[in-house]
Design a protein around this ligand. Structure first.
Ligand code: 5GP
Length: 198
């Protein structure tokens, strides 16, 4: 799971991570916000109406959901359950409220918080995007410091001063997590009761 304040460059980092991690699957969220230029339904998001969102919610289709900047976002549970039960890694790129909920439900997940190199750089990145109204920009900037404060609840923090370095660090984190003893207890089982030489 990767989160970070708006304009941190999560999208670019996640895309590169996916490109370099064959077998890793991206969890496509549902949202009620309008698609941005270039976004495709079913690729970046499932773009649905508020009515559809409410009915998915009533049918308990979401692992978590949150209201972010006046729009609803939700993580469909079905795909994640399917992948995890087949041993496939799933990448979630969701906001901090949603992440805190998933942490409770999935304590085995890897939770990484992405930070921008500086606050000035964060402002520049949001402005450069040019997809927001002045009010939208102000809202995103105002919430950034709050989101960053929640980042302390994550397990790992990566500063995105270079996309290449950030992706390298995330891949190292995943590799180290895969080597954790409690994820590999079966490897020890093989040696149980095998103390004599053949
Ligand atoms: P954007 O509209 O810029 O794509 O995303 C706005 C925020 O919503 C980002 O912080 C993004 O991580 C978050 N987000 C995207 N999908 C989900 C989701 O399924 N659940 C939650 N809680 N947040 C999401």
């Amino acid at each position: 799971m990767i989160s970070g304040a708006s304009g941190t460059g999560k999208g670019t980092v996640c895309q590169k991570l996916l490109d370099e991690s064959p077998g890793m699957v991206y969890s496509i969220s549902a949202t009620t916000r309008q698609p941005r230029k270039g976004e495709v339904d079913g690729r970046e998001y499932f773009f649905i109406t508020v009515e559809q969102f409410k009915s998915w919610l009533a049918e308990e289709k979401f692992l978590e959901h949150a209201e972010v900047f006046g729009n609803f976002y939700g993580t469909p549970a079905h795909k994640i359950e399917e992948c995890l039960s087949s041993g496939i890694d799933v990448l979630l790129e969701i906001d901090v409220q949603g992440a805190l909920n998933v942490m409770k439900k999935c304590p085995d997940g890897i939770y990484i918080f992405l930070l921008p190199p500086s606050f000035d750089e964060l402002c520049n990145r949001i402005k450069k995007r040019g997809t927001e109204s002045p009010e939208g920009l102000q809202r995103r900037l105002a919430s950034s410091t709050n989101e960053i404060a929640v980042g302390k609840n994550y397990q790992y923090v990566v500063v995105n001063d270079s996309v290449d370095d950030a992706v390298k660090k995330i891949k190292s984190i995943i590799a180290a997590e895969r080597c954790k003893v409690n994820r590999n207890l079966n490897d020890f089982e093989k040696y149980k009761g095998e103390e004599s030489l053949n």
